[in-house]
Design a protein around this ligand. Sequence first.
Ligand code: AP5
Length: 182
Amino acid sequence: MKKRLLFLGPPGAGKGTQAGLLCKSQDLVHLSTGDLLRAEVCASSALGKQAEIIMNKGELVSDSIVLSIVEKKLIAQSKGWLLDGFPRNLIQANSLESLLEKIGQPIGSVLLIELDDEVLLKRLLSRGRSDDNEKVIRHRLEVYRDKTAPLIEHYSRQGLLKIIQGNATVDVVFERIEAALN
Ligand code: AP5
């Protein structure tokens, strides 16, 4: 059975790190909307130029842009996949569900990585991406609480949610994820 997973969690919780490990060990396609948008920024495409300003403020890029990127990737997928950083709000979640129903690829599990604000702030400040300064990180957190956190209840009601405590080494968090999926 092909695995189809979503990762949820605040900025800096370790979604990208754990998604990379899990996709390698389980041969899944890693679809990170943050990475896909940063690739557009790097390529200086029209979309990238538009997205860069929004990302550097810690706001969400428009649903229509992100949805069109994800839709193209999912429709072309024959393997299992892991969505990291998408959906980010209820509009994206509902659009994703309609698309997955249409292409017959239901979500298997949603993994929520939890981490305290002070720990994630420290992690992100030492990473130093262009959106990793204290003011923008705090704003990303507010956006997470306001727009993304309602998805926790949404997926919990569907019986798909698994909660992972993220305050441990990368290896220990990975073991927790593997255990939750077994
Ligand atoms: P995105 O790229 O998704 O960023 P994010 O959600 O803010 O997440 P991060 O990449 O900061 O953290 P992470 O949880 O992946 O942690 P990581 O593994 O990297 O989004 C960026 C922006 O793009 C958004 O603000 C928005 O503008 C836009 N965007 C993206 N998706 C969108 C969407 N669907 N709709 C609209 N807009 C969208 O780890 C963080 C650091 O901690 C790293 O340095 C890592 O090495 C370290 N670390 C990881 N695990 C551990 C550990 N266990 N112990 C110690 N250090 C650790």
